[in-house]
Write a protein that binds this ligand. Structure first.
Ligand code: NAD
Length: 487
């Protein structure tokens, strides 16, 4: 199976190769097979991409927003047309099952393009009355923005960053994760075919050092990173030292709280989706599952029964619901946390091993795994694993579970299952998280701001909130009277 793109990079409207850059092997996670060989961007290509973006941005930023919207709207149509091709590349690159990638990845980017092409013409500043005088504000683009992606949802990452950035009049240089570099190139083709002028969306491949060089470049104004907390601290630190803007979408260890009045079936569905979708590789996952004591055993039984029905296998089999992990490194990390959980005294209730995958032995497989009797201070309950490892914790009271749920450096997301509407809102208000779901989990429609608090991030993606983070305000004071001078 090959998925070799035309070239590694996309700069100023064309595919570009420079074999002097470090080799980057693209591996199909289900088999371990190399499906493409790319090269990391050299310093000369980084210069070329930033210069192209800078040159193109001025004219683009000066267009009427409705003219920019027209191009994004065409890109939306093309993303939907190329849905199946995007899904195939996404499954090859990440190992995520086509039962997900056919319905989620291109769709969420199409919706982002649809949303921003719809709202940008009415995203305006304010007029501020000051008696006889007044002031107005304008939302100006920042200039050249850097997008840096994580590996779990690479097409979505590229789309969620570029759609609002471009709508607001910026240019973007996007660096995908070295683990899943292919689909951002498809997005570059789509923007080209939609009529986006050359230089406004560029893709550079590479490891962390390429991301670093882009953030450090004097001609870039902002970075939007999706990645882990340690990377986020480095990237925001560098951006801050140069007084650049930063949006950080980072990791989590989110709580999902099930009260004893919840619908057991519905809560079990939420808990499974919150832990095992995308083989557990979702930043917002509710990996600390707090079950109220009266329903603890019943819920564990239901969750286990439903987990048994998960079909692990060939990501291209439409009936498969769980593919492999993205890489060998991620598989080793997840296995080491399973060992840590056992050593810490948690009960390995389900899974924990490597399934026997005939014909796909070279893949990075792991069983969906459930630990029970987990306590708050275990590493299992404190650290982000980013794999299908669920920790179940018991609780007694609302007050207690809120304190325990908030006892973490992270603050990305949280969920609460209850039939008591007042309690749902009360708990949502008190959870220290950027996003809370009541009686559902992990839904991320583009109309709703997406992002974390505490160590989980700064800034927001999606909704008009993302536009706020891709623009800066200019205030203009208009005097309608005489200058009052003390001189
Ligand atoms: P990572 O932090 O290892 O890498 C993220 C990206 O940053 C990659 O493209 C990488 O090449 C780049 N990078 C690494 N060091 C850099 C540096 N010094 N300067 C600039 N760029 C650098 O993360 P990952 O392993 O690719 O993804 C998994 C993590 O991402 C998890 O922690 C997960 O929770 C998080 N994530 C967050 C969200 C969100 O929206 N909040 C979404 C998906 C994933």
């Amino acid at each position: 199976m090959r998925a070799q793109p035309t070239a590694s990079h996309y700069i100023d409207g064309e595919y570009v190769e420079d074999e002097a850059g470090a080799t980057l092997q693209v591996v199909y996670p289900a088999t371990g097979e190399v499906i493409a060989t790319l090269h990391a961007a050299t310093p000369a290509l980084i210069e070329r991409a930033v210069a192209a973006a800078k040159r193109a941005q001025g004219e683009w930023g000066a267009l009427r927003p409705i003219e920019r919207a027209r191009i994004l709207r065409r890109a939306h149509d093309l993303v939907r047309e190329r849905n199946d091709e995007i899904a195939r590349i996404e499954s090859l690159d990440t190992g995520r099952a086509v039962s997900e990638t056919m319905y989620v990845d291109a769709v969420s980017v199409a919706e982002a393009l649809e949303f921003y092409s719809g709202v940008i013409a009415s995203y305006n500043g304010q007029s501020i009355s000051l008696g006889s005088s007044f002031a107005y504000t304008q939302r100006e683009p920042l200039g050249v923005c850097v997008g840096i992606g994580a590996w779990n949802y690479p097409f979505q990452g590229a789309g969620w960053k570029s759609a609002p950035a471009l709508a607001a009049g910026n240019a973007m240089v996007f660096k995908p994760s070295e683990n899943s570099p292919l689909s951002a190139l498809l997005l570059a083709e789509i923007y080209r075919d939609a009529g986006l002028p050359n230089g406004l969306f560029n893709v550079l491949q590479g490891f962390g050092n390429v991301g670093h060089a882009l953030v450090a470049h004097p001609d870039t104004a902002k970075v939007s990173l999706t990645g882990s907390v340690p990377t986020g601290k480095k990237v925001l630190g560098l951006a801050g030292s140069m007084m650049k803007h930063g949006t950080m979408e980072l990791g989590g260890k989110s709580p999902i709280i099930v009260f004893d009045d919840a619908s057991i079936d519905n809560a079990a569905s939420g808990v499974l989706m919150a832990n095992f979708y995308s083989t557990g590789q979702i930043c917002t996952n509710g990996t600390r599952v707090f079950l109220q004591r009266a329903i603890h055993d019943q819920m564990v039984e239901k969750i286990t029964e439903r987990t048994r029905n998960i079909k692990i296998g060939d990501p291209f089999d439409p009936s498969v619901t769980m593919g492999p992990l993205v890489s060998q490194a991620q598989q080793s990390k997840v296995r080491s946390y399973i060992d840590i959980g056992k050593e810490e005294g948690a009960v390995l209730h389900y899974g924990g091993g490597i399934p026997n995958m005939q014909g796909m032995e070279g893949g990075f497989w792991i069983e969906p795994t459930i630990f029970t009797q987990v306590t708050d201070n275990m590493r299992l309950a404190r650290e982000e694993i980013f794999g299908p490892v669920m920790s179940i914790l018991a609780f007694d009271t609302e007050e207690e579970v809120i304190a325990r749920a908030n006892d973490t450096e992270f603050g990305l997301a949280g969920g609460v299952f209850t039939q008591d509407i007042a309690r749902g809102h009360r708990v949502a208000k008190r959870l220290e998280a950027g996003m809370v779901w009541i009686n559902n989990y992990n839904l991320a429609p583009v109309e709703v701001p997406f992002g974390g608090v505490k160590s989980s991030g700064v800034g927001r993606e999606c909704a008009t909130a993302a536009l706020d983070h891709y623009t800066q305000i200019k205030s203009v004071y208009v005097e309608a009277d005489q200058v009052v001078s003390v001189f």
